[in-house]
Structures are given as structure tokens and as C-alpha cells.
Design a protein around this ligand. Structure first.
Ligand SMILES: [Zn+2]
Length: 58
């Protein structure tokens, strides 16, 4: 049987120097990955991996 995973609302913030959206938090639904890192995000502006991911609790 398949396990259905619900997306988690995550706040992602890029901290790359000079990035147009540095230090701006974007909230988006993210699906957990089967392998580490469980949550992965990439900045849409500077293409760097975003390490600052915080789950948003309603
Ligand atoms: Zn960025």
C-alpha cells in the first residue's frame, strides 16, 4: 500500500550575499523526500540551495 504524504508548509529564506531576495522568507508547500535532506529548496533568484527551511505552524 502507498503512504500518502502531505506537503508541509515551509518558510524558505535565502541568505546568499547579493541575492535579490536575500533574507526574504518565501512560504511554499514542500513534500518530504525519502532520503536526507528531507526537505530541499533552491533559490529561484541565485540558484543556491536554501538551508534555512522552517516549518510553518498554523
Ligand atoms: Zn538567493
Amino acid at each position: 500500500m502507498d503512504e500518502e504524504l502531505d506537503p508541509v508548509m515551509m518558510s524558505a529564506t535565502c541568505h546568499t550575499k547579493g541575492c535579490p531576495v536575500a533574507d526574504i522568507a518565501f512560504v511554499a508547500p514542500m513534500y518530504p523526500n525519502a532520503t536526507e535532506p528531507i526537505y530541499r529548496a533552491q533559490c529561484g533568484q541565485c540558484d543556491q540551495a536554501i538551508t534555512d527551511l522552517v516549518p510553518v505552524t498554523a
